[in-house]
Ligand binder design. Sequence first.
Ligand code: OGA
Ligand code: MN
Length: 294
Amino acid sequence: MALQFSPLHPLFAAEVHGLDLRSTPGPEVCAEIDRGMDRYGVLVFRDQALDDDQQMAFGQALGPLEQDRGVVDVHKNRLKHHNMADISNLDLDGSLLAADDRRRMFNLGNRLWHSDSSFKKTPAKYSMLHGRVVPPDGADTEFADMRAAWDALAPAMQRKLLPLQTWHSLIYSRAKLGFVEYTDEERARFAPVPQRMVRFHPGSGRRSLYLSSHIGRIEGMQVPEAMALLRDLEEHATQRSFVYAHKWRLHDLVMWDNRSLLHRARAFEDTVHKRDMRRVTLTDCAPTLEQRAG
Ligand code: OGA
Ligand code: MN
């Protein structure tokens, strides 16, 4: 079966036609999806009325799933599968989270450009986000192509960045929004991990800039100098020509490659309208420092 891809942006991102994901695809279709991901980085599957089990089964068909979620108040879990991420603004009973709910404050971190689970030793490969309840306005998800961002850097900057090692933690990203209160257990679970600044993507043979709001230090660099460099890099890497903004429709399934893209959530009236999105996340094969650099 040949899948059809229609590009959504000049550089990356495509819509996939001809699949009903309620039946889990076999290995050949999964291999085509992987090739599409290597090329496009973001794939959009429209009109997929999936339940949790079907979404999990699709993830499992593509590769091993992440086992734990990087969240606070981890015991307050609304979903049936412990490793499905709840990307909603809903409480356990399905009502809107209160404006001052700690989980809402923490989740606002998704509004910063990031790569999923870059704060884990072995970070995320693909994320698959499914729209179950979509609010009427706003709440786009934006993606930025870090391969294009790398290619557009001056050679001297590329040489400077290539050997660098960064430190990532949820504590660093949330501190950027002023969220600083943790239990001892959360502090231990969110301890910083090292990653490469520049990655090599085996499926496309391309290098990419591995940025994320979770970065709070660069090894061997003074913190203000590192943070100033990271701001410049993020500004370069998220210029509009590198960004695809996804406008959600009900039952879209959007899959992205965290190895080569950044993404962020955009604002909406989240104390007025419900948004129920659920994410299945594939784990990468190893910590980035154990993967080849190019
Ligand atoms: C995520 C995420 C953005 C959004 O699911 O990992 O960052 O728009 N989502 O909800
Ligand atoms: Mn995310």
